[in-house]
Design a protein around this ligand. Structure first.
Ligand SMILES: Nc1ncnc2c1ncn2[C@@H]1O[C@H](COP(=O)(O)OP(=O)(O)OP(=O)(O)O)[C@@H](O)[C@H]1O
Length: 824
């Protein structure tokens, strides 16, 4: 059932089937004369035993759209519930929302006079004892309706896990688990409601929900409620609901005309595309420019909330308790701040995020809700407070940056303009691809229009007029071109050309203007810069803010990469230096995201960060003591290192002469070895000479002796016992010598000739010997030639050998082998 309905519907009494009188009286006591469209469409279907899936804008009255059917269905039961039986379960993703639903339910029950006992079942107890106490209290009470978060409801309805481990998503780990007894019985349950159902799945509660469903009877009514639906939710609908009635409430403008939208028609959403270092000044100017009202400012991380909470507390309401200095100094600081932020009404600052303990969260929520008219309040929070929270009279929602989950955008804005009241929302976008976010939301039926940039005059007054002569210095974006366009052309002419123009053309124009700001040079806002300088001065006096600032910036940059719409929020295009300036950082932290970015535009605050004190005296004393100890330790470590280095050097020095000794020793050893070798050579030479002399002495023939003396090699060969053929030569030579002595011949030549003859004869003799042994008489001239050549070679080798040092002892051991070869 999809219906297009106006903002308010029919009177409560017109509903069919009609509601019980007690319920009608209760809504009348609440001051609600008419149903809202979602109530009008949902209550009859739910009461008539249909499962329902309801999608309606924020603040449209969904809570009563399920609370009333829950009470009516329980009223229609014929059998009363036993003490331990639960008749209805309402599941919510966060504790705050569960508490809020519980409060509305409790109030309506009180007003109806029904005797149902509601009970709140949420996590957050700090100890097991507390949990045990809660369970025993619950058992004693015997509640009929449970309102809670999935994890704790699972414990109550399925039994608490005694052994084993539950994972974040509620499943039990492989080690298995043993559950205790359930604290309440759901076997008679009539109705189960899942509020912010898509969020329940987004937060990973699927396993817990499955466990809870398994403990509920199949014959029950189930209702899913949310302002946004997702594909996962459709799956859950298919799995857990039977023939559900779908209620989708479409919102049109106040006259019931125009385009369908997903946000209330009374909500005006604006965006501001400016460099991110102007956000803080814009927020303060926005507060100053309006009547006292309630603001919610959303940040993407807990650390950012924590930091800006501390900083704004100091800026907006500096007190002696959060100020390190004298009364006079505090007065002076207040005066300085007044120049940039001057209000004639009180403003309180509050924080709410998931890392705060439950008690503090609840206290903040109550304090912010209780801000009286005429006072302003700023609640800084994360998306923990984006869903379902019904804080009365929130006039404006500001988003420091768009949410990582685009679905949260409508929920954040929906904290204002609730139940027909008007409200404003403002979102800051960085120039560049983030401007596409406007079209992205338009496609999701969330229309936005551009906001005015607020300037501050020297007298402190706020204006939308760009100051005359505002300097346009440098280009903001690292990627932009050098176009001379000035932002005022785009931002301050948001309504230009709208009237009387064709819509399509106007859309084109709007888009063109938006994207043109990519290349726009932004006029300097000196007062915004001076305000940031003042913030830095403040931070430099308060260590707790300084430390939070670094964490906040790092967490912000890291969260930026987690945006689901990655094509819009590109880490590379994030103007990170301007973001750091906007966080009023004293210096840039070292982080990978800053690598390769031009950091020249960031001016480091001149301070030794060790000197930044904590305002809290006790903490500062502890820090100083720690610092001193650390410095002492550092000094000692330095001294120790220096001493180590010295001893190392000493050792090296000692080793050096040792090394020289070793080297010289080696040199000496080498020298000695060489000498020994030379000695050996000499000895061998002497021995060889002695040998030669002895051999020569054995030769009787003086001529031969003379020849052989000149050719020691030949002599050696002739004398060698191994060389039989040469022995023969010797004998032959002796015989020839004897014959020749009788003949007359010239002495010098004859002796040589006779030697040649001797050799020739020896050859002949050998040939004849071989021939006789072989039985062959063939002479072999080639053999003769080979022999001669060999003899000559031998002589040359000997001469060569003479030339070397080792001529006398280095007879080539292979020579005889070679000769033997030739012999063969
Ligand atoms: N019939 C009605 N007439 C006037 N005001 C109503 C009516 N029903 C509910 N309201 C008021 O409207 C406000 C928003 O209601 P509720 O919190 O139920 O909205 P919701 O649709 O659940 O919003 P969200 O999606 O943000 O959770 C509440 O302050 C509530 O008191």
């Amino acid at each position: 059932m999809a219906e297009a309905v106006p903002t308010f519907g029919k009177p409560w009494g017109s509903l069919q089937p009609s509601l019980s009188q007690a319920v009608l009286d209760a809504v009348a006591s609440l001051g609600f004369e008419h149903m809202t469209p979602v109530q009008e469409a949902t209550i009859p279907a739910f009461v008539q035993n249909s499962d329902v899936v309801v999608e309606a804008a924020t603040g449209s009255g969904k809570t009563l759209a399920f609370i009333i059917p829950v009470l009516e269905l329980l009223q229609r039961r014929k059998v009363k519930l036993a003490h331990s039986d639960v008749g209805a379960v309402i599941i919510s993703p966060t504790r705050e929302l569960a508490k809020q639903i519980f409060d509305v339910l409790d109030e309506v029950i009180r007003l109806t006079g029904f005797e149902y006992k509601p009970h709140l079942v949420v996590g957050g107890s700090s100890s097991a004892t507390n949990t045990a106490d809660e369970i025993s209290q619950m058992k004693e009470l015997g509640p009929d309706i449970l309102v809670g978060t999935p994890g704790r409801l699972e414990d109550v309805l399925c039994g608490r896990l005694k052994h084993g481990k539950k994972t974040k998503s509620g499943t039990i780990t492989a080690s298995g688990g043993v559950r205790g007894r359930p604290s309440a019985s759901a076997s008679k349950l009539e109705v189960c409601v899942l509020d912010e159902a898509d969020r329940l799945l987004d937060m990973g509660f699927e396993a817990s929900l499955t466990a809870i469903f398994s403990a509920l009877p199949k014959q029950r009514r189930t209702g899913l409620f949310s302002a946004t639906m997702s594909e996962a939710l459709s799956q859950l609908v298919r799995a857990g609901l039977r023939n559900p009635v779908r209620v989708q409430v479409q919102v049109r403008d106040k006259n019931g005309a125009g385009d369908e939208r997903r946000v209330p028609s009374t909500l005006s959403i604006r965006y501001l595309v400016w460099p991110p270092d102007r956000k803080l000044a814009q927020i303060l100017r926005f507060i100053q420019n309006n009547e006292p009202q309630k603001y919610i400012v959303y940040f993407s991380t807990c650390a950012a909330v924590d930091y800006f909470f501390k900083l704004l507390q100091r800026v907006i309401s500096p007190r002696l308790t959060n100020f390190a200095g004298s009364k006079k100094a505090l007065k002076e600081e207040r005066e300085r701040l007044k120049k940039y932020f001057d209000l004639d009404f009180p403003v309180s600052v509050h924080e709410l995020h998931g890392q705060m303990v439950q008690k503090k969260r609840q206290a903040t929520f109550s304090a912010f809700t209780a801000i009286p008219p005429g006072e302003a309040g700023i609640l800084l929070c994360t998306d923990v407070a984006s869903r379902g929270l019904d804080i009365p009279d929130v006039d404006c929602v500001i988003q420091w940056d768009p949410p990582t989950d685009p679905k949260s955008f409508a929920h954040r804005c929906g904290r204002t303009a609730r139940a027909g009241r008007s409200g404003q929302a403002l979102v800051f976008l960085n120039p560049g691809s983030e401007e596409t976010y406007v079209d992205f939301l338009e496609l999701r039926k969330i229309p936005m229009s551009p906001a005015d940039y607020l300037w501050q005059n020297e007298d402190g007054g706020i204006t939308t007029e760009t100051p005359e002569g505002a300097q346009v210095s440098g280009r903001f974006s690292d990627d932009g071109d050098e176009s001379n366009a000035v932002l005022s052309d785009a931002s301050n002419s948001k309504d230009d050309g709208e009237d009387g123009e064709d819509k399509g053309e106007s859309e084109q124009k709007k888009k063109k203007k938006r994207f043109s700001s990519l290349h726009i040079k932004y006029p300097d806002d000196e007062r915004s810069d001076r305000l940031l300088d003042l913030m830095r001065d403040i931070i430099a006096t308060d260590r707790s803010i300084y430390e939070r600032g670094k964490l906040a910036f790092v967490s912000f940059v890291q969260a930026y990469s987690k945006h689901e719409a990655t094509y819009i929020f590109r880490q590379k295009e994030l103007p990170i230096i301007e973001v750091a300036k906007g966080f009023a950082l004293l210096h840039l932290p070292s982080m990978p995201e800053l690598r390769g970015r031009p950091t020249g535009r960031f001016v480091r605050y001149e301070i030794d960060t060790d000197t930044i004190p904590y305002v809290d005296n006790k903490r500062e004393t502890q820090r100083l003591a720690k610092l001193e100890a650390a410095q002492k330790e550092k000094k000692e470590a330095r001294q120790h290192k220096a001493a180590e280095q010295q001893s190392e050097e000493k050792k090296k020095k000692k080793k050096k002469p040792n090394n020289t000794n070793a080297w010289s020793e080696a040199k000496e050893a080498k020298e000695r070895a060489r000498e020994r070798k030379l000695k050996r050579i000499k000895k061998r030479d002497a021995h060889a000479t002695l040998e030669e002399t002895r051999l020569l002495e054995k030769i009787d023939d003086p001529q031969l002796r003379e020849v052989l003396a000149k050719d020691p090699l030949l002599a050696k060969r002739m004398m060698s016992k191994r060389d039989k053929s040469l022995q023969d030569i010797k004998l032959m030579a002796a015989r020839q010598q004897a014959k020749a002595s009788s003949k007359q011949s010239t002495q010098s030549t004859q002796s040589t000739q006779s030697l040649e003859e001797v050799i020739e004869n020896a050859k002949k003799l050998r040939r004849s010997k071989r021939a006789s042994s072989d039985g062959s008489s063939d002479s072999d001239s080639s053999n003769e030639d080979g022999w001669e050549a060999e003899a000559r070679k031998e002589k040359i080798r000997a001469i060569m050998a003479k030339k070397t040092k080792r001529k006398r002892f280095s007879f080539n051991p292979g020579f005889s082998d070679e000769e033997a070869e030739n012999e063969e």
